[in-house]
Design a protein around this ligand. Structure first.
Ligand SMILES: [Zn+2]
Length: 73
């Protein structure tokens, strides 16, 4: 029955690899960013939990949104 056990193990490994690949796709930078891409200040973990993949701290995000709103007028 060793053959069957090997197959089961290989299948399990493949499922794990696929899950890992999917989780990487959701985070293109490989890991969740812990510092703001704009000012470099650390992003609070509560914010990162609330907004997975968030790349800016709250003040920078607000600034960006204000600028976008202004430029669209
Ligand atoms: Zn910032």
């Amino acid at each position: 029955m060793a053959d069957l056990a090997d197959k089961a193990e290989a299948l399990e490994q493949r499922v794990r690899d696929e899950a890992l690949a999917r989780s990487r796709e959701q985070l293109p930078h490989g890991a969740s960013r812990s510092n703001c891409m704009h000012c470099g200040n650390p992003i609070p973990s509560a914010r990162r939990h609330a907004l997975p993949g968030v790349e800016r701290c709250a003040p920078c995000q607000q600034l960006l949104e204000r600028q976008e709103r202004r430029s669209s007028w």
